[in-house]
Design a protein. Structure first.
Length: 95
């Protein structure tokens, strides 16, 4: 069963690299924020899988919950900042 968790973790890391492309080269700020949020969500799942591999799920669940809440608060703060700055989308495109 450990091999399954290990291969799942490697596959998840591969998916995170694909999402990193969107976070870096996204055409809009919103695309970049969604990419960073997706990486944070995948990191939370990766922490749980690492806990399953090391058979210390109780410790890694606490770390994953703390990381997920920080990721959520950071994305909300960034969305609020860019909404106030009017930088989430290009307004001239919608006229």
């Amino acid at each position: 069963m450990t091999a399954f968790f290990l291969y799942s973790s490697i596959y998840l890391c591969f998916l995170m690299v694909l999402t990193l492309y969107r976070a870096i080269f996204g055409p809009t700020v919103l695309d970049r924020m969604i990419g960073v949020n997706a990486i944070g969500s995948k990191t939370t799942v990766l922490l749980i899988l690492i806990g399953l591999i090391y058979q210390r799920v109780d410790m890694f669940v606490d770390i994953a919950l703390a990381y997920a809440s920080l990721n959520f608060i950071a994305v909300l703060a960034a969305a609020r900042y860019f909404q106030k700055r009017k930088g989430l989308y290009d307004e001239t495109r919608f006229r």
